[in-house]
Write a protein that binds this ligand. Structure first.
Ligand code: BV8
Length: 230
């Protein structure tokens, strides 16, 4: 039973027009990460942070999945139950391309979270931090994303999948954010064949056995074709 675990990052959505974080004019070059992607930043200025995510949610709604997202969905369809996508991205482009086994370890733009009771619900296009929670009515709404210093979601499930993977691929991630950046070394230690698909070598490219460099819309469909039964 071939098990393929695929970690994706902002680079897979770059050609859909969604910004990356650390490329030139990336998000973290225009916003201070500490102001908009930490609990402290949210506590200091909830309006600024809520508007930052409202803008990204609007961008995401306007964007379309690209050939790389569709190639991964095709792979999952061709190998039922054998493919898991673990994405660091908060966009929903994998799901809109048809992928079903998707774990959003850093949360989701399209989800809202109540900071008082933990209830989640589909995020409105424009969220305000005083929106009352549909479950407990507290005006403690926040984006359902994992900020720096917060614990990523589904870590146990991810650790188990990485430990059992026969193929581990990382696509469009710079390998600078932990614990996601450590998954390749964990997979390699567990015996997986590790493949990096990116525009350029990441911070952790030496953890991989194979590398395919180029735009995701080119290198990902080509890689998927090598895995699909001819
Ligand atoms: C945690 C969510 C404990 C919302 C994000 C020192 C000080 C302080 C903290 C730390 C520290 N050392 C480690 C930490 C922990 C910290 C961390 O890693 N900091 C880094 C910056 C040093 N991590 C955390 O705090 C995490 N939590 O550690 O909790 C714990 C640990 C273990 C187990 C349990 C608990 C929480 C991290 C999550 C933060 N939230 N986002 C939002 O999106 O706003 S992170 C953010 O970065 C996004 O999720 C993003 O996806 C992610 C990673 O970035 P990338 O996806 O890699 O994007 P990037 O721009 O960097 O790279 C893009 C790549 O694509 C590039 O390589 C580029 O070449 C390539 N590319 C571009 N175009 C294309 C392309 N590739 C192909 N085709 C193209 N066309």
């Amino acid at each position: 039973m071939m098990r393929i675990v695929i970690l994706t990052g902002a680079g897979i959505s770059a050609e859909s027009g969604l910004g990356t974080f650390r490329d030139k004019d990336g998000l973290w070059t225009r916003y201070d990460l500490n102001d908009v992607a930490t609990p402290q930043g949210f506590a200091r200025n909830p309006r600024l942070v809520t508007e930052f995510y409202n803008a990204r949610r609007a961008n995401c709604a306007q964007a379309e999945p690209n050939a790389a997202h569709y190639a991964l969905a095709r792979l999952e369809t061709a190998l039922p139950g054998q493919v898991l996508i673990v994405t660091q991205n908060v966009d929903d482009l994998h799901q809109r391309a048809g992928a079903r086994a998707v774990i959003q370890m850093h949360g989701a733009l399209m989800s809202a979270l109540c900071a008082a009771c933990g209830h989640r619900w589909p995020a409105p296009p424009v969220m305000t931090e005083t929106d009352p929670c549909p479950a407990c009515a507290a005006p403690r709404t926040r984006p359902d994303v994992v900020w720096f210093g917060e614990v990523p979601y589904h870590m146990d499930t991810i650790a188990d999948a990485v430990a059992r993977a026969e193929i581990f691929a990382a696509i469009g991630t710079s390998g600078q954010v932990w614990p996601a950046a450590g998954f390749a070394a964990e997979a390699r230690r567990a015996g997986a064949h590790c493949v990096e698909l990116n525009l350029e070598p990441s911070e952790v490219s030496r953890a991989f056995h194979a590398h395919h460099y180029g735009p995701a819309t080119q290198v990902v469909p080509a890689w998927v074709d090598t895995l699909l039964p001819t």
